[in-house]
Design a protein around this ligand. Structure first.
Ligand code: FEO
Length: 173
């Protein structure tokens, strides 16, 4: 059994992961409407991953006899002006998620909650990878240039990154 404080904090994390899933789905839909198929593929996959992150917490809370709450998701934006602006928003959201995971870990440590501390290690690693991925995408966009003339190349690059991620997932990396 975990503490009430930890239960509340994990439910807040569920909400954050759920918001990320909807935000990335909205981004995928915007990319699709702009003809950016590669970016749409990438964001759809990210949206699914965030749903998995959320469900992992549901599963964990069930295992430790805590009540996981299905969150109300705030309205996400529908328009993102350019791929660069969109990925900047993704990066910012990932940084927010990382901070939140670190806060959870702080609570677990303070409460000598070794079980939750152990559970959170996976998220620490995942956030390091996600922040790194988003930073490298932003670096690429900056190199290519975020103008109507270069959108085609940006989309191709993001699609290639998505393919690599899919292959890595298949290998269990
Ligand atoms: Fe589950 Fe990317 O935060």
């Amino acid at each position: 059994m975990i503490s009430k404080k930890m239960t509340k904090a994990l439910n807040q994390q569920i909400s954050l992961e759920g918001y990320a899933s909807f935000l990335y789905l909205s981004m995928a839909s915007w990319c699709d409407s702009e003809g950016l198929e590669g970016c749409a593929n990438f964001m759809n996959r990210q949206s699914e991953e965030e749903r998995e992150h959320m469900l992992k917490i549901f599963e964990y809370m069930s295992e430790v006899d805590a009540h996981a709450l299905t969150p109300a998701i705030a309205q996400v934006p529908h328009k993102f002006s350019t791929p660069q602006k969109m990925f900047e928003m993704v990066y910012q959201h990932e940084q927010k998620v990382t901070k939140s995971i670190h806060s959870l870990l702080k609570i677990a440590k303070a409460e000598n909650d070794y079980t939750t501390e152990n559970f959170l290690q996976w998220y620490i690693m995942e956030q390091r990878e996600e922040e790194n991925l988003m930073r490298s995408i932003l670096d690429k966009i900056k190199l290519i240039g975020d103008s109507p003339m270069t959108l085609y190349y940006i989309d191709k690059e993001i699609d290639a990154i998505n393919d690599l991620e899919v292959k890595a997932d298949a290998k269990g990396e």
